[in-house]
Design a protein. Structure first.
Length: 369
């Protein structure tokens, strides 16, 4: 019988992303956010006060001992994910982790092995893959509408002048600069967690290169960071091209899949899923009709978005809401988590191989292996 009591939820790490987790959990049925924790107790207290959370702590062990949590959201930098996961599962809690999962793929395996050995569950916050456009794409793929994937293009834009970018670029001691893969490691999950599920279950070829397009201004770690990444992958009969780009405008977030039956583009920022039109008519008419077909398809996407807006399914973290709902239901029913562990580990493996190629010095120093 499914457990019908409310799950007791805690959050460790009260930085900016914790606000998103808090907003989502507070609106989910069957879950109650009862405590937050940060090694800077003032941050935990401020988060608790903003959202009306009953308790806040500066020590994880104390929170786990007092609160008897069912699930802990770990929203800290990845260097401490493994240690915190061990603490949480030892206390009987399931874990929901921010990406990147760990500093290296071997460490990611240790983390998942720890969770499995404890009889608990975990998942990672690949929330855009559960947004309405991503779910529509998954439906199309499962229906056979696209046929088999032949080539995939995943593009992630990043704005170094934005709020997160400025925090990174103004602080040479920012935790992202201490990652083996720097900015890329903090962002490229969102490239490969879209590509990997569409690849056959073989180890792909990975060819990566990166460069810095901006000019040096500070002569410190902020200047040393590369800001443009391109990766080519091939596995079996499927190829892919992934880009992390800090300079193209507008900042884009797209997935384009070329299938044996159809080609579709998912725009995560504009929340559209549109199949490419094909030229089926002769002569000049064949060049005129596809533009009208595409206009009609974008109009249909706009109507879907309007309907989702009316149903309150259009907020920024709609994907996280769905991912958490599925994760929590799985915990209650004893079903597998929404993202297979094998898929998470394949993403981590690809990320390691990219870092080995674009930041070889960190690998030689023991940073990535």
């Amino acid at each position: 019988m499914m457990d019908l009591r409310k799950l007791r939820i805690g959050i460790v790490g009260c930085g900016k992303i914790a606000d998103g987790h808090t907003e989502v959990v507070k609106h989910l049925q069957g879950a109650e956010l009862v405590a937050v924790c940060d090694r800077e107790p003032l941050l935990a207290e401020q988060l608790a006060v903003r959202y009306g959370v009953p308790a806040w702590y500066g020590d994880v062990g104390e929170m786990l001992e007092r609160e008897h949590l069912d699930v802990v959201h770990i929203t800290t930098p990845p260097a401490v994910h493994l240690a915190l996961t061990r603490q949480c599962v030892a206390a009987g809690a399931h874990v929901f982790l921010e990406k990147p999962l760990a500093l290296t793929a071997p460490e990611a395996r240790q983390l998942i092995d720890t969770v499995v050995a404890s009889g608990r569950q975990m998942t990672i916050n690949y929330w855009p893959n559960f947004d309405p456009p991503a779910m529509e794409f998954k439906r199309m793929l499962a229906s056979g509408e696209l046929g088999d994937p032949v080539h995939i293009e995943a593009f992630i834009g990043y704005d170094l002048a934005g709020a997160y970018g400025q925090a990174l670029m103004s602080d040479a001691g920012h935790w992202v600069h201490r990652l083996p893969g720097k900015l890329f490691q903090n962002m490229m999950d969102h490239i490969f967690n879209r590509i990997v599920p569409l690849f056959p279950d073989v180890e792909p070829q990975v060819h990566a290169f990166a460069f810095k397009r901006r000019e040096a201004v500070r002569n410190d770690a902020t200047d040393a960071m590369l800001d443009e990444l391109r990766v080519f992958l091939r596995g079996g009969g499927v190829s892919a091209y992934g880009s992390l780009c800090s300079h193209a405008r507008p900042v884009a977030n797209t997935l384009k899949v070329y299938g044996t039956k159809a080609t579709v583009e998912v725009d995560f920022n504009n929340r559209t899923v549109v199949k490419a039109a094909s030229q089926r008519y002769p002569s000049a008419v064949g060049r005129v009709v596809p533009a009208f077909q595409m206009a009609s398809r974008y109009f249909s996407a706009a109507k879907r978005n309007a309907n989702q807006f009316r149903r309150s399914q259009f907020h920024f973290f709609a994907g996280m809401s769905r991912l958490l709902e599925e994760f929590y239901v799985g915990i209650r029913k004893g079903e597998p988590p929404p993202i297979p562990y094998a898929e998470i580990l394949r993403v981590a493996d690809v990320m390691d191989r990219v870092i080995e190629q674009v930041y070889p010095a960190t690998v030689g120093a023991g940073g990535a292996r």
